[in-house]
Design a protein around this ligand. Structure first.
Ligand SMILES: Nc1ncnc2c1ncn2[C@@H]1O[C@H](COP(=O)(O)O)[C@@H](OP(=O)(O)O)[C@H]1O
Ligand SMILES: [Mg+2]
Length: 274
């Protein structure tokens, strides 16, 4: 992967983040619309989309952009794409509306169904996570860059600390609770932190959490960018059959349920698939 390209993508994500913050900080409140699928969309989602779509389309000749905020091309068209950009201009719109800061800008480059480069920007924290195949993963916090990697589970447990699990604030809580009980039985104490958006995958990437079980629906733009970061940091994202999660393989844009795993050398499969 091209390091210069990743830098350009980081700049685009941060510019979109600034446009989102302008809306976020407006004192008069937000104009919230409801989309066809009942999910909320704000002026911030649309402003970020308007910045990112043309900027990405200009980066690589002939590589299209698929956005949560644009019309989904039929699968007989997009199924032909060898590579494409996939973006979620504002992931965690519910958290944006609740004003808790847990929302992200997401850009991924997908090649042959694999997210090979990703940038996740967190506007309120001014933190950017980035990574790519052969580029490693890193975090930029207030301008300072640090390499990140996911952590080893055995070492973490041996040091007396609980297994740390991240989960959605809004979706799939009952199934995650049942799983927590199984993990607790096998590995001892578990700490669960609830959080919005793709930030959860980034916490696994940077070794601040061990597992993110997603036992509720998401779309491919919700996960592609952060999956690239997780995998560049040494983790994996597997589906409900324990296969690495892949993109653009079918007519609809929904992901299977999935697990984000920081330490692939631990045999999570029996525990997760019960
Ligand atoms: N029924 C559904 N189908 C598809 N995606 C869904 C969904 N319910 C929630 N999501 C996705 O879950 C994301 C929020 O996840 P979380 O609860 O972890 O914050 C939403 O992102 P958006 O905010 O971009 O719409 C949305 O894409
Ligand atoms: Mg989303």
């Amino acid at each position: 992967m091209d390091k210069a390209l990743l830098e350009q993508v980081i700049t685009i994500a941060q510019q979109a983040g600034e446009a989102i913050l302008e809306v976020y900080q407006r004192s008069e409140g937000m104009d919230i619309q409801t989309k066809q699928d009942d999910s909320p969309v704000t002026a911030a989602d649309l402003a970020a989309h308007a910045i990112m779509e043309p900027a990405l389309a200009a980066l690589l000749d002939g590589v299209p952009v698929l956005s949560e905020e644009s019309k989904l091309p039929p699968f007989d068209v997009r199924g032909q794409w060898q590579s494409y950009w996939i973006i979620d201009p504002l992931d965690g719109t519910k958290e944006f509306i609740k004003r808790n800061g847990e929302f992200t800008v997401n850009i991924a480059l997908v090649e042959d169904g694999i997210p090979v480069m990703g940038v996740v920007h967190v506007p309120v924290l001014n933190i950017t996570y980035a990574g790519g195949r052969d580029l490693g993963a890193f975090k930029i916090a207030d301008g300072t860059r640090t390499a990140i990697s996911s952590r080893k589970l055995a070492q973490h447990i041996d040091s007396g600390k609980p297994v740390e699990v991240v989960a959605s604030r809004s979706h799939g809580a009952d199934a995650v609770d049942a799983l927590m009980n199984r993990i607790q039985g096998a590995l001892g104490p578990v700490d669960t932190k609830n959080m919005g958006s793709s930030l959860k995958l980034c916490l696994v990437a940077e070794g601040a959490a061990d597992l993110y079980p997603r036992l509720a629906l998401t779309s491919e733009w919700d996960t592609a960018a952060a999956q690239a970061v997780v995998e560049a940091a040494g983790g994996i994202v597997v589906d409900d059959k324990f296969q690495l999660m892949r993109y653009n393989t079918k007519e609809d844009i929904l992901n299977p349920f999935f697990y984000v795993i920081g330490d692939p050398s631990y045999d999570w499969k029996p525990l997760l698939l019960g």
